[in-house]
Design a protein around this ligand. Sequence first.
Ligand code: SF4
Length: 259
Amino acid sequence: ILLSIDGVKEVTDYYRGAGVYDKVLKAARYLRSINVKADLIARMSVSEHTKLYRDVVHLLSLDIFDHVHWQLDVIWSDRWVDFDSWLEKSYLPDLKKLVNLWATKLREGIVLGIAPFLGIVKAMFFEDLPAPPCGSGVEAFAINTDGTILACPIAVDVKWAKIGNIKDTSLKNLKSLFKIGEPCSSCNIFKYCGGRCLYAYYERLWGEGGFRKICRATKYLVSLIEELRDEIASLIDKGKVDIEKLDYPKFLNTIEIIP
Ligand code: SF4
């Protein structure tokens, strides 16, 4: 179960409307109170007012969500004032801080449920991720209320993503319609990134330059987890971390993995 919440109250309510933060937490607490058997995921949209470290740590500290995941608001948003400065001065340093926190906890045998880190670790140690990692258009499809099948749940405005109708389209006809090609297929982190996002890959609404800026963030994140590879392997070997908790997601739950 993915609940949309962007971090602290002021950020969530700024982007989603007054009172949303409280309503989402009320829903999450209700789900906990009925012992729902599900992976409860806080699903953040990350934008200019986000402070990644503060907001992820806040959501983890609530002790309600099993996992926290975020996606950068970088596909079509024109609300950014200065994306470049935010990336360099806020997002990338916070990513490093967050990876350091995650690694420190891991050494203590605690696996913080930070979904992007775990997804990369999964591709590193357990099994390949689909490309794109959410499986959109290759293993995951969305169905509109009129039965239209979409390659990707956010791609409601483009013809290429409408690929059939549940009344007359067989699943086997959908499987090989999309393939992430260049520049991703020859990128040295394709194994982890998989082209990141089907919609962004096809539409490139921020142009080629914008696309590459997000690659910079992705490559930096992967490099931070790569630096931990030997240590993670050793912690697994010595049984210091619960391997079950590192193997996430257990099944394709359509989180994007790569923010
Ligand atoms: S980092 Fe960029 S070029 Fe590399 S796979 Fe991801 S989206 Fe494609």
